[in-house]
Design a protein around this ligand. Structure first.
Ligand SMILES: NC(=O)c1ccc[n+]([C@@H]2O[C@H](COP(=O)([O-])OP(=O)(O)OC[C@H]3O[C@@H](n4cnc5c(N)ncnc54)[C@H](OP(=O)(O)O)[C@@H]3O)[C@@H](O)[C@H]2O)c1
Length: 348
């Protein structure tokens, strides 16, 4: 059942939604407007701007800023970011539902122009927007890229879409690793969406406005460091909202892993260096909500406490597999052999 919880209040937040005029983008724009944010929707043509204003009807308040501008090139995105800083005094969040569908050819049937438009053009537009805006975002904000299930499932005849969307998922992971937890970078991975352009009438499918509500919740969830969130159904959207709004049911969902490490004499600095090297990669993992390392208060020596939070037990298992090859390196610096972390789940 769709959560009836009100959207968080994002009054005063400045959100840029490139691709906002599209089928999914409409739901994103409506949700941020309903949450009280100022919403900038750049669009490449005046015609599309006018059509989108008509689509929004009464929802197009004075907090909607439709800007005719080509944001899909490096120079164009950079100009837009500079212009928004000048006009709005800064940007807090970006949601990028840029793109569309392409199909009809197997990989060996595509030509240069298919490759340029369905892969290069779309991937370049996403990278252009990310490189212009991510370094400028306010620390409380979030960068959210929107992709489809085809990023993780090959779709015969639409391979270029699958390849491009998979590249965007890795773009999110790289951005999260490179900002080392200083910026919150999300990906929403969608199944078929009920939109103004295609509504199968299946009430179980996620709607464009539910996608928007999850993006709004990600913006508001300052304690969540960035995640990949699957939204195939309305139930997925409710679960994501519960997790982002911090009211996960007691028996499901997030897992906290706590472990201590006792360094060998004189090796604490080396151990910290290894953990610091691994931190960006761990924080960028799709299900990692939190990763921190602590020492005894007021002491420059002593054991280290590692606290990690993952969105699910599956995400934690995946994490354990991805760091398994680092265990010997860490074990060589410990006074006692490492033990698996103790796992905790919410009880209240
Ligand atoms: N619709 C679905 O059911 C669905 C399902 C799963 C995933 N998704 C994902 O959601 C994202 C948005 O999809 P959508 O269905 O909303 O697409 P859409 O209706 O085609 O809208 C995409 C928007 O992106 C902008 N754009 C910029 N460069 C573009 C280019 N080279 N080609 C096409 N559009 C370009 C356009 O805005 P301007 O022309 O105004 O600049 C357009 O309005 C995509 O990543 C898609 O894979 C959608």
């Amino acid at each position: 059942m769709h959560s009836s919880k009100a959207l968080p209040d994002l009054s005063g937040r400045r959100v840029v939604v490139p691709g906002g005029t599209g089928a999914v983008g409409e739901g994103v724009v409506r949700s941020y407007l309903a949450a009280g944010a100022d919403v900038v929707v750049p669009t490449r043509t005046q015609e599309r701007a006018e059509e989108f204003r008509r689509v929004l009807g009464d929802a197009a308040t004075d907090r909607l800023h439709l800007v005719v501008h080509d944001y899909t090139t490096f120079a164009g995105a950079e100009q837009l970011a500079e212009e928004m800083e000048r006009r709005l005094g800064g940007v807090d969040d970006v949601v990028a539902p840029i793109g569309g569908w392409w199909g009809g050819k197997r990989l060996w049937e595509i030509d240069e122009s298919d490759w340029q438009s369905a892969f290069v053009g779309l991937a370049a537009a996403h990278v252009a927007v990310l490189r212009a805006f991510l370094p400028r975002l306010n620390a409380r904000g979030a960068y959210t890229v929107i992709v489809g299930d085809s990023a993780v499932t090959p779709v015969p005849g639409s391979g270029l879409v699958s390849m491009e969307q998979a590249a965007l998922l890795m773009m999110r992971q790289v951005a999260a690793a490179e900002t080392a937890g200083q910026q919150r970078v999300f990906a929403l991975v969608l199944g078929p969406v009920r939109t103004r352009l295609a509504d199968s009438g299946d009430p179980e499918l996620v709607s464009a406005e539910q996608v928007g509500a999850v993006a709004v919740a990600a913006s508001a969830a300052a304690a969540v460091s960035g995640l990949e969130i699957r939204l195939r159904s309305e139930a997925d959207a409710d679960e994501a909202l519960a997790m982002l709004q911090g009211d996960q049911p007691a028996t499901t969902g997030a897992v906290v892993a706590a472990s201590t490490m006792e360094p060998k004499d004189g090796r604490r600095k080396d151990l910290l260096a290894v953990l610091a090297e691994l931190a960006p990669q761990i924080r960028a993992e799709p299900g990692c909500l939190h990763y921190s390392v602590h020492g005894p208060r007021g002491a420059a020596d002593g054991p280290l406490l590692i606290i990690q939070k993952f969105a699910s037990i599956e995400a934690f298992t995946q994490h354990s597999a991805s760091v398994a090859d680092q265990i010997p390196r860490i074990a060589a610096l410990l006074a006692k052999p490492p033990v698996p972390p103790t796992l905790y789940e919410p009880v209240l």
